[in-house]
Design a binder for this molecule. Structure first.
Ligand code: ZN
Length: 148
């Protein structure tokens, strides 16, 4: 299956079986540029454990990924790469544009006119009543109680 560790290109990198331009590594995370960056300076921050989806990642690793993500964003902003801004992008699930099923955070330097973006026409936003929004909030609150 696509989520299996045996098919994971990031695990091959972590095991030393695939070339990588490592930026940062500690006991919990690794950081490197993707093979096809959106812009020069684009980095991926990944946990060292093979976890396909965000909800399954332990809190310690998730918090550390976010801490290192912030550090990488600061380093990119201070670098010579063109970065008028930074986007963090997390693709969690195939429908959400996930292509490698090992949790990873994109740290993407951005500048005006770079052509990157999510497509969503203004007509596609769903208009909802307060009652519908209250129902959504209630359904998610109900699920929160089931998660430890
Ligand atoms: Zn993996």
């Amino acid at each position: 299956m696509k989520e299996d560790k045996e098919n994971c290109v990031f695990c091959k990198i972590l095991e030393g079986n695939s070339p990588v331009s490592m930026v940062y590594e500690d006991e919990l995370v690794a950081v490197f540029p993707p093979l096809e960056p959106v812009n020069p300076g684009h980095l991926l921050v990944i946990p060292k454990i093979h976890i396909p989806y965000m909800a399954d990642l332990n809190d310690e690793s998730f918090v550390h990924v976010m801490k290192i993500t912030k550090l990488m964003a600061a380093a990119i902003r201070k670098s010579t790469f063109r970065s008028e801004g930074i986007n963090l992008f997390l693709a969690d699930g195939e429908s959400a544009m996930q292509e490698v099923f090992h949790f990873h955070m994109h740290v993407i330097p951005r500048y005006k006119g770079d052509g990157f973006g999510l497509k969503h026409g203004s007509n596609n936003f769903v208009k909802m009543s307060r009652k519908e929004l209250d129902e959504i909030a209630m359904k998610i609150r109900k699920q929160l109680k089931t998660i430890s």
